[in-house]
Design a protein around this ligand. Structure first.
Ligand code: SF4
Length: 234
């Protein structure tokens, strides 16, 4: 075991909203191969940063356990960029008995396949239709995204696909592509985009928050693509 884990930071306060039906501690892994201009975790994009020691992680988990936390969210950055992700999942589950949710952008199906038997819930971002992936995320290898969708749909214990709806990106045509990508899924979530001054690309900082009306319009468009369709942030 290396002296440091890949966990770069964590939220001091447990969350009621990041892991369905769980009171969860949220842990961040740095590094992401995408370059989304609307990234809310831009400080975690790009290169890897030093992680917490396993001892510090243990102390944090012991404290969370005392606070009645029953789940862990591993998010980023992109968690599948971490070589020790399977080790981390074992640590959270076996040492502390936490249920583990993994967030991913679907760029690393090989590591995802290794982790799927270990995690209890997976949330994969479907950023846009395949045709727009290179422009929107900077990621060219669409086959990997497709492989991750297929793996999750067939092997995850519980999961969701989700899209954050940005007015200028998620046109009707784009969302028809997304519908095809997630067709036959268990759960699909439409999430409101919230602009912030610190977003990496200026063009996204002034786009208005997604309206409730737009989310409900897309809910109708996506009807039938998943057993359950959720709206978040309306
Ligand atoms: S995939 Fe997520 S973490 Fe990576 S750049 Fe895009 S929004 Fe940021």
């Amino acid at each position: 075991m290396s002296p440091s884990s890949s966990i770069y930071a964590y939220l001091e306060k447990p969350s009621m909203v990041d892991y369905p039906k769980h009171f969860a501690a949220v842990f961040f892994i740095s590094g992401c191969g995408f370059t989304c201009g609307f990234c809310h975790n831009a400080t975690l994009m790009g290169k890897k940063q030093a992680g917490l020691s396993w001892g510090k992680l243990e102390a944090a988990c012991t404290q969370f356990k005392k606070e009645w936390v029953n789940g862990v969210v591993i998010t980023g950055g992109e968690p599948t960029s971490a070589n020790d992700l399977p080790e981390l999942i074992h640590f959270f589950k076996e040492r502390f008995g936490f249920s583990v949710k993994l967030d991913t952008n679907g760029s690393n199906p090989e590591r995802l396949a290794e982790c799927l038997p270990l995690v209890d819930y997976v949330a994969m971002d479907v950023k846009c239709g395949f045709s727009a992936y290179p422009a929107v995320t900077g990621f060219q290898d669409i086959d990997k995204i497709q492989q991750s969708i297929d793996l999750i749909r067939t092997q995850a214990k519980n999961y969701e696909f989700r899209t954050t709806i940005i007015e200028t990106v998620h046109t009707h045509e784009q969302m028809k592509e997304v519908r095809e990508m997630v067709k036959g899924s268990k759960r699909y979530a439409l999430q409101a985009f919230i602009p912030r001054d610190e977003l990496p690309e200026e063009q996204y900082r002034t786009i208005p928050r997604t309206t409730s009306a737009r989310l409900h319009e897309l809910e109708a468009l996506m009807a039938g693509c998943a057993e359950e369709i959720l709206i978040r942030g309306a």
